[in-house]
Design a protein around this ligand. Sequence first.
Ligand code: ZN
Length: 302
Amino acid sequence: MNWISNYVRPKINSLFSRREVPENLWTKCPECGTMLFHRELAANLNVCSNCDHHMAITPRDRFGALFDGGIFTEVKVPDAVQDPLHFRDQKKYPDRIKAAQKASGEKDAMLVAEGDMARTPIVAAAQDFSFMAGSMGMNVGNAIIAGAQRAVELRRPLILFSASGGARMQEGMLSLMQMPRTTVAVQMLKEAGLPYIVVLTHPTTGGVTASYAMLGDVQIAEPNAQIGFAGARVIEQTIREKLPEGFQRAEYLLDHGMLDRVVHRKAMKDELSTLVRLLMALPPGIKGDLPAPTEVPEPAKA
Ligand SMILES: [Zn+2]
């Protein structure tokens, strides 16, 4: 008998089991530590009801809340060449992709859809941070181009929700090539006179911030989203200075002219439809739904 088996091991076990039990039904808010019931959290669009922290949301859930009645049609994205560099770290790149596809049920880190948002026709693209940190590879590039082409074809605006750690290292130079490719796609929208609106969500960093995520006609961010190119620690070490409070956060960037707006997730649909209607010179939208007529009035008797 010793203190390792009597004290350390039970302590370690309790640490792990404590984390495993609530995972099915409860999610812990990473900001304030409140335990949130999963159904309530989903109904609240993954926003903490205690501290208003905006947690990650999958593209499918976001579109479900964005499009009227949760109805949208996916825009087909052409497949990219898989693993042209035969890249391998601890895992082979194709195995890593397969695991991410299995866990998320999605093909890659960007989902593109078309539909009506507050009765305003749009094309939308949303990045999935849970899919290999939302990294930008050839498939993400293809998705943005497909979205832009579809928007031009239908003469609709493109709204893009970004969330990414940057370029996908496993695709090397080919992932960096998505920066000019997506820039050309955005230019296509500009030449067609169609609005391109970016909603930056937590976190948007690296090559994504250096390309399509910063080229919007209107730049919106979700509250407290981290937005930057290099990480704060790297910058601190390079310039040997302490960075100010709230550096690289949405509110700080809004104060310093990098953003046009910081919008709560629940107000996003209203905000976006108002903006799109203004930019597309459409009449103001109808807020709320009118009840369907229940009885047809009798024609007046002569
Ligand atoms: Zn919280």
